[in-house]
Design a protein. Sequence first.
Length: 280
Amino acid sequence: MYKRAGFEPVWCKGCGNYAVLTALIKVFEELELNPADIVITSGIGCSGRFSHYLNVYSLHGTHGRAIPAAIGVKAARPKLTVLSVSGDGDATGIGGGHLPHAARRNPDLTSLILDNNTYALTKGQVSPMTPEGTRTKTTPYGSGDDPLDILPMLLVYNTSFVANTSSSNMKELILLLKEAILHRGFSIVRIFSPCVTYPVLSWQTLKEQLSPLPEHYSPTDKMAALQMAYCREPVYTGVLFKQRKPTMEEKIQQEIQMACTLEHADGRKYTPLEIMQSYL
C-alpha cells in the first residue's frame, strides 16, 4: 500500500537506503497511517529519491530545501504526517542554515538525515560530514577541514527530539522512526547509511564503533545528552534527547485565536483583516 508501483529504487546494491525505506514502510504499517495523510519532502542526492518510491504525497525539491518545504506543508495542513529526507551533504551543507530555525520554530515533523559522510550521487566529493584526512575527488590530498559534529549541534539548537541510529540495525531503526513520528515537535533522526560505491563510511567501522545508549540513560537531561553526543568510543545510538514544548502549529493557532478575540478600546471586536489593516 505504501510502496509506489512501477518505481523501483535505483540505489546501488548494498546501499543502506534500502533498509531505511523498508523500515519506514514498516513504521507506516504499524501506525496504520493513511497514505493520503502522509507527505514526504526530499532534497538532492541519493536520499532525494525517497520521494519517488513511496505511495504518498511527496515533493522532490531543490538542494538543501527539504526541511523548509516540509515546514510549509505542516503550516498549511497541520493534521498531516510530514517527513523530510536529506543526506548529510544536503542537510548540513547548503541546507544547514535551516536547521536552527526549524528547531526554534519546532514544527511537528520528522526529519531523517541519511549520513554516508560524502556526496555520493555526484560521485564521491567531500561533504561537511567527511572525516578530516579523507581523500575524495575534491580533496585528493585529504580533507583539511574538521567534520561537522551534527548531534551536539542539534542539541545546542534545542531540537526537541534527537536520535542516532544505523541502517544496519533494523529493529532499532523501526523503533526510533516510530517514536520520532509520534513525538509532538521537530524530530531529527540521524541514520548512518554507508555508500558502497564511495565507501568513506564502512559497514565494518560502524559495527566496531556503534553501541546502544546505557540501559538507565535518561533522554531528558540535555547535559548528559551532550556528553553522549560527543562520545566517540563508542558512538551511541538511541534517543539522545527529547522534550515536549509548544509546536509551531500550536503557536499559530494561538495567534489566530488571539487575533479573532482582540477588542478595541471602544469594546468592538475586530476581524483579523481589520487588525492587519490597522498596522498599514
